[in-house]
Design a protein around this ligand. Structure first.
Ligand code: AMP
Length: 546
C-alpha cells in the first residue's frame, strides 16, 4: 500500500521559491567583482533566476545540458544556479585554480554548451577558448559598463543578456532524480572525475546541512560562505541559506584576511565556513591589527584537518565556536561535523580541544563504517585505523561516464580513500589519506597528527609531514615547515616542542624550512608534489645510496 501524501518532487527551484515567498526581503550582499558592495534579496534573486532560465531556453539550452560557471561567490552566480537548474540544465562549477590544461580537459569531458564567467577569468579563457569547441557562447557576469573587449565566442554581458527576458516564465517540471549540478574532484592522481548531483540529493543535503548538529542554520543567521561555490557546492550553503531564509554575504574574489574581516564586521556575520588556509590568513591579520570578532558565533572548518592551535585561538581569543567538519565532493559534500553530544558535555579545556580535533559524527543521511583491507569492520575504540566508507542519498554512486568505478563497492559503500578511527560514541577522526599515511616498520604514522602538533608551535605558520624513504624502516617522517613572517626557529626548537607529545617512533627524523608549501586547487597540501620535491632527501644518519 502506498502512502497518501502529495507528490512533491524535491526540485531546487522550490528552495528559491520558498526563500522568495517567505523570506523575500532577506538580503544577499556581495562584494562585487567590479568593486562596490551590491545588495540583492531573495525575491530579486528569484526574479532574475527566472530570467536566466528563460534566456537559456531561448538560447536552445535544454534538460540535461551542461552550463559551466567559472566564477566566485556572488549574487549573480547564485541566480545562475537557480536559473540553470530551473529548466533541468546542469550547473557545472569549474575551479579556476586548476591549471589551464585541467580546465580544458574538464570542460571538454563535461561537453559544456555555455560558459558563465567572471571578469577575473576572461583573459584566462581567451587563451584557451580555441580548445573548448563545445562552448557555444560566453556570458560574462557583469554589466555593459564593465564589459571588456573580448575575443570570446558570442560573448555577452550577463545584465544585457537577462534584460532580453521579461521573467514571465514557469520553472520546468521533471523527475527529482534529474541531474542538477556537476563538480569534478581535483584528483591528485589520474584525470579529474565528475560528480553529478541530483535535485533530490542537493535538496536532502541542504536539509541535512541546516540541522542543529550540522551547521545549525536559521533565518536569524548572517552567513558568509567563504568556501567557493566551485569547491563542492560551497558546502551546500548557496542552497541551505535560502532554504532557511538566512542573510547571505558573498565575498566575491577577495579572500584575504583584511577583506574577510571587513565583511564579518560590517555585516555582523554570525556564521562562516572555509578551509584552514583562509582562516590562517584571517587570524594572522587579526593578530596584527588587534581587531576582535564580536558578532561571529561559529565557524565551520574543513576541507583539510583543522589544526588544534586554530581551534584554540578562535575559541579562547575570539569567543568563536569551531565546528570541525569533514566531507568530500562525492558527498555533496558534508560527511561529519564535530558538535558536542551529551556524552562529552562535561569536557572543557584541553579535553574539549582533543575532541574537536576529531572530524565528528555524521548527520542523518550519512552512514559510515571503517574497515580493514579485507573489508572487515574495525573496532570503534578511537585507536584502530581503517578505511573510511560511506553511503547515503547525497553520496555519489558512480562518477560521470563510469570512471573510477573501483571506489564504488558492490555492497553500496563508497570507499573515501581516507583512513580513520571511530570512537565508542561514533566520533570519526581522519588520520590520513590512504596514500599519504607514513608507513614505518609496518606501522602507520598519521601525518595529520604530526602537522597539527607542529602548527601548535607559536612560530610555525604551516606544516606538512611526508614519508621519506628509509633503508631500514621503509619510510620515516620528514616535517616541512613554513614559519610565520619575520620569525626564525631551528630544527631542534621544533623537535624539542614536539618531544613527549607523540609516540617516540612517530617523531620526525628531520625538519626542513621552506618559504611556501604547495596547495591544490581546493586548498589542500599537495603531498604528492612535496614527496617529489623531497624524493632524494637524505635523512640524518642514513648513508648515501650507492
Ligand atoms: P574535496 O572533495 O576536495 O573536498 O576533498 C575531500 C578530501 O579532503 C577528503 O577525502 C579528505 O581527505 C580531505 N578532508 C576534508 N575535510 C577534512 C578534514 N576536516 N580533515 C582532514 N581531511 C579532510
Amino acid at each position: 500500500m502506498l502512502g497518501l501524501m502529495q507528490d512533491w518532487p524535491l526540485l531546487l527551484h522550490r528552495i528559491i521559491d520558498h526563500a522568495a515567498k517567505f523570506h523575500g526581503e532577506r538580503k544577499v550582499i556581495t562584494r562585487s567583482i567590479e568593486g562596490p558592495i551590491v545588495e540583492s534579496n531573495y525575491a530579486q534573486i528569484r526574479g532574475r533566476a527566472l530570467k536566466v532560465a528563460q534566456r537559456l531556453e531561448q538560447d536552445g539550452i535544454k534538460l540535461g545540458d551542461r552550463v559551466a560557471t567559472l566564477a566566485w561567490n556572488t549574487w549573480r552566480h547564485m541566480e545562475a544556479w537557480y536559473g540553470i537548474t530551473g529548466i533541468g540544465a546542469i550547473y557545472h562549477t569549474v575551479n579556476p585554480r586548476l591549471f589551464p590544461d585541467q580546465i580544458i580537459w574538464i570542460v571538454n569531458h563535461a561537453a559544456d554548451r555555455v560558459m558563465m564567467v567572471d571578469l577575473t577569468f576572461v583573459p584566462l579563457l581567451e587563451k584557451i577558448a580555441d580548445k573548448l569547441p563545445t562552448i557555444e557562447r560566453y556570458i560574462v557576469l557583469t554589466d555593459a559598463a564593465h564589459m571588456p573587449q573580448t575575443t570570446l565566442k558570442n560573448a555577452v554581458a550577463y545584465e544585457d543578456w537577462i534584460a532580453q527576458a521579461d521573467g514571465d516564465f514557469t520553472w520546468k517540471s521533471f523527475d527529482e532524480n534529474t541531474a542538477a549540478g556537476m563538480c569534478y574532484t581535483s584528483g591528485t592522481t589520474g584525470n579529474p572525475k565528475g560528480v553529478l548531483y541530483s535535485h533530490r540529493s542537493n535538496t536532502l543535503h541542504s536539509m541535512m546541512a541546516a540541522t542543529p548538529d550540522a551547521m545549525a542554520c536559521s533565518s536569524r543567521d548572517v552567513i558568509l560562505p567563504v568556501v567557493p561555490m566551485f569547491h563542492a557546492n560551497c558546502w551546500g550553503l548557496a542552497l541551505t541559506a535560502p532554504m532557511c531564509g538566512a542573510t547571505v554575504v558573498m565575498p566575491g574574489c577577495k579572500m584575504d584576511g583584511a577583506s574577510i574581516y571587513e565583511l564579518l564586521d560590517t555585516y555582523k556575520v554570525s556564521f562562516t565556513a572555509a578551509v584552514p588556509t583562509v582562516w590562517l590568513m584571517l587570524l594572522q591579520d587579526l593578530e596584527k591589527t588587534g581587531a576582535k570578532l564580536p558578532h561571529l558565533k561559529r565557524v565551520v572548518i574543513g576541507g583539510s584537518a583543522c589544526p588544534r592551535a586554530m581551534t584554540k585561538t578562535f575559541q579562547d581569543v575570539y569567543g568563536v565556536e569551531v565546528i570541525h567538519a569533514w566531507g568530500m565532493t562525492e558527498m555533496s559534500p558534508l560527511g561529519s561535523l564535530c558538535t558536542v553530544k551529551p556524552d562529552y558535555a562535561d569536557l572543557g579545556g584541553d579535553a574539549l580541544l582533543d575532541l574537536q580535533m576529531k572530524q565528528g559524527h555524521p548527520p542523518f543521511g550519512v552512514d559510515m563504517r571503517i574497515a580493514d583491507d579485507a573489508g572487515r569492520d574495525v573496532p570503534w575504540d578511537g585507536k584502530a585505523f581503517g578505511r573510511l566508507k560511506v553511503r547515503g542519498p547525497a553520496v555519489a554512486k558512480s562518477y560521470y561516464k563510469g570512471e573510477g568505478a573501483e571506489a564504488f563497492e558492490a555492497d553500496g559503500w563508497f570507499d573515501t580513500g581516507d583512513v580513520a578511527t571511530m570512537d565508542p560514541h561514533g566520533y570519526m577522526q581522519i588520520t590520513d589519506r590512504a596514500k599519504d599515511v607514513i608507513k614505518s616498520g609496518g606501522e602507520w604514522i598519521s601525518t595529520i597528527d604530526l602537522e597539527n602538533l607542529a602548527v601548535g608551535h607559536p612560530k610555525v605558520a604551516e606544516a606538512a609531514a611526508i614519508g621519506v624513504t628509509h633503508p631500514k624502516w621503509d619510510e620515516r617522517p620528514l616535517l616541512v615547515i613554513v614559519l610565520k613572517k619575520g620569525e626564525s626557529a631551528t630544527r631542534d626548537d621544533i623537535l624539542g616542542f614536539m618531544q613527549g607529545k607523540v609516540a617516540k617512533w612517530w617523531m620526525p627524523d628531520d625538519v626542513v624550512f621552506v618559504d611556501e608549501i604547495p596547495h591544490t586547487a581546493t586548498g589542500k597540501i599537495q603531498k604528492m608534489a612535496l614527496r617529489k620535491q623531497f624524493e632524494s632527501y637524505r635523512l640524518p644518519g642514513v648513508e648515501a645510496a650507492e
